[in-house]
Design a protein around this ligand. Structure first.
Ligand code: NAD
Ligand code: DAU
Length: 339
């Protein structure tokens, strides 16, 4: 397929976006990828070291909310596909200060959609999340279920999700939407449960488990997610949303114990701490729609967790720079401004 296509990937310096860009180059060596990223605290050019000098890769530092800058990118590169990963993504930060979440996760989506409408594209993929449905005690959410977001993060992602849909309905823009479960794997910022706990365990530090540790998340290996997004881009139907599940539900305490086992640490590192405000109890997705389309996750949890722990063990320099604050200095040196 699309070896001459140009992909505009927004938020491509973050966790999932950088994995997706590397996946694209492995899959389509001739592809052109424009990465538009603001480089917030979560964006890290080191995630893309292996592709930054190859032909077909173009990096633009900029904010998706900046409609003039986004228009320049469209005029210069004429993307065929836009895949919007750019977002403020961490629930705890959204509880502390929702401002940037509202801007990027809602207005940023609008700015991209307006430019898509003006310049024309073949497909716009809005990377939404399972958090738009909220918590479910029993059973699983399907794509037509009601939205019930709990955090400012989830609510702003719901805004972006619906805005994208409205551009399909109102302007016939070729939009598809994906809603995935919790991702894990290489290059995930060590504020999220799995990389935080792996790196803390490696340093003999406590693992702060919220509440009773029995909240349930469905875990999806990032490589599977990237393949799922690409599958929907190529095979999905305009105006449709697709759940992308890992089919691997675990309580947080189970994840914690697995990390302790794989890092050779004891349960003594577990520290139960105050619960997250508005903490959703359980996420669960019905993925029969994407399964019917022909896609399912390939990784087994045990294997993917081993790979993930091994990656953080072999890439200490990457996460130590972030955790120590050294990355902030590097950023200032390279970009002449503070994060
Ligand atoms: P991340 O926080 O690691 O990366 C986000 C990236 O977006 C960063 O590179 C950041 O610099 C960039 N960015 C932020 N604001 C921007 C702006 N205004 N303009 C341009 N770039 C901006 O996030 P992630 O975990 O890789 O998540 C990527 C996407 O996937 C998000 O939309 C998120 O909502 C969605 N998602 C994440 C998960 C998960 O488990 N991580 C699951 C489902 C969906
Ligand atoms: O479900 C998809 C979502 O998954 C994405 O849309 C979000 O971008 C992503 O951040 C993630 O949100 P969560 O809040 O589920 O992920 P997080 O890693 O922050 O937390 C996972 C679970 O672990 C959650 O129940 C809270 C708990 N937790 C988290 C941290 C950081 C702890 O118990 N202790 C912690 O220190």
């Amino acid at each position: 397929m699309s070896k001459e296509k140009t992909y505009l990937v927004t938020g491509g310096a973050g966790f999932i976006g950088s994995n997706y860009i590397k996946f694209l180059f492995e899959t389509y060596p001739e592809v052109k990828v424009v990465n538009l990223d603001k480089l917030t605290y979560a964006g890290n050019p080191e995630n893309l070291k292996s592709v930054e000098n190859r032909s077909g890769y173009y990096f633009v530092k900029g904010d998706i909310c900046d409609r003039v800058l986004v228009a320049d990118v469209f005029r210069k590169y004429s993307p065929d596909y836009v895949i919007n990963f750019a977002a403020e993504s961490h629930v705890d930060r959204s509880i502390g200060d929702p401002d940037d979440f509202i801007k990027t996760d809602i207005y940023g989506v609008y700015s991209l959609l307006e430019n898509c409408r003006k310049y024309g594209i073949e497909r716009f993929v809005q990377i939404s999340t399972d958090e738009v449905y909220g918590s479910i005690d029993k059973g699983s959410f399907s794509e037509t279920d009601t939205f019930n977001p709990s955090s400012p993060y989830a609510a702003s992602k719901t805004g972006g999700d619906r805005l994208a849909f409205s551009y399909f309905v109102t302007y016939d823009l070729p939009v598809v939407i994906t809603r995935a479960s919790n991702n894990y794997g290489p290059n995930q910022y060590p504020e999220k449960l799995i990389p935080l706990f792996i790196t803390n365990a490696m340093d003999d530090k406590k693992l702060p488990l919220y509440g009773d540790g029995k909240n349930v998340r469905d875990w999806l290996y990032v490589e599977d997610h990237c393949k799922g997004v690409e599958y929907v881009l190529q095979n999905g139907k305009n105006g449709e949303a697709y759940n992308i599940a890992g089919n691997c539900e675990k309580q947080n305490i189970e994840i914690t114990k697995k990390i302790l086992e794989l890092t050779g640490q004891s349960d003594k590192l577990i520290e139960y701490v105050k619960d997250r405000a508005g903490h959703d109890r359980r996420y669960s997705l019905d993925d029969s729609k994407i399964a019917k389309l022909g896609w399912q996750p390939e990784y087994d949890f045990e294997e993917a967790m081993r790979k993930t722990v091994q990656w953080y063990q072999e890439n200490e320099e990457w996460w130590r720079k972030i955790k120590s604050g050294e990355y902030l200095e590097y950023y200032k040196e390279h970009y002449g401004q503070d994060l």
